[in-house]
Ligand binder design. Sequence first.
Ligand SMILES: [Zn+2]
Ligand SMILES: [Zn+2]
Length: 347
Amino acid sequence: MTTLFKYDKGIKFLKKPENLTLIADPTTVKAAENCDATLITHAHTDHSLAFPNEGIRVYSTEIASQLFESLTARKTRNTKFIELEKTININDVEVKFIPAGHLLGAAQIVFYFDDLTICYTGDISTDKMITVPKAAVPEDEVDILITEATYGKGDLFFDSRERIKTSILKWVAENLQKNKVPVINMGHLGPAQEIIAYLNEMLSVDIYCDNRTSEINKIYQKEGHNLQWNRFDLLNDSELKDERSVVLLPRAAKEIPEFLKSHKISRGIVTGQASRFAYSSFEQAFPFSMHANCNELLEHVKAVNPQKVYTLYGFDSDFAAIVRQKLKLFARPIKMPKNRLTLEEFL
Ligand SMILES: [Zn+2]
Ligand SMILES: [Zn+2]
């Protein structure tokens, strides 16, 4: 018996002699079509595009499936829900989904093949936050770790999440004092819910967001996160109180919504990419991310303590070099540099 794996628009596993194929986080539907089973770690669309398909058997957490539906307004199909921390059997392979942090319902996947135990992290964060636990370390010995490397570059630094949150809070409070409405762009699945939860805890303000973010918030709420927010598309202009309103926009939104045009505003953006790029059209950029930074990734690899490390997403080559140098482990990107994902797909 042998297990082979490679990157081919998703992480493909081939179990011999049965010729059983599994794929994790396929980036296209086609990539999953000839596989016996498809596993999806979380709802972000660079991982989850195989959800809405008839012919494919998909395994994911129930929350990942619900978040995908809210995020894309598309229905998931043919999905079997997996509980975290429960070992299940998929076509005679034991598999366990364990917490990944990063986003509600996000999982790392541990595959117990006969000859190899392989852990694929999906996207992870290793800090306990308000809306997510920290990424778990598999209890069992892992031979192969396939880890994300979105921010796996040594000189990409972001400060502790607590400190960045405090600076967001300070900036929001200062602007409200000047009767300026803080308008903050951020990822509407993950970062938005964490920042809403934080602002709810710290300040008495009215938070406004768009309809799609609102649908996502409802799922967090159903899971016990008591988020408080309003939809700005349902707002009459006269209702917006300058001294106590905060508006959240999706990260890529360039246009200021019409209702804000009669108000004084101050624009900020929340993204881990602020540790790499200047965001000059914003007054303030906050490098807050729901991805592990380079040191956190390295600590996670150390804690998992695998025989070999394969890196994926973002700075895969840089992070493999760091693992080789600092941990003296075999490490390389699971795919070759010419296939690099674009910036958009990292997120
Ligand atoms: Zn993600
Ligand atoms: Zn991702």
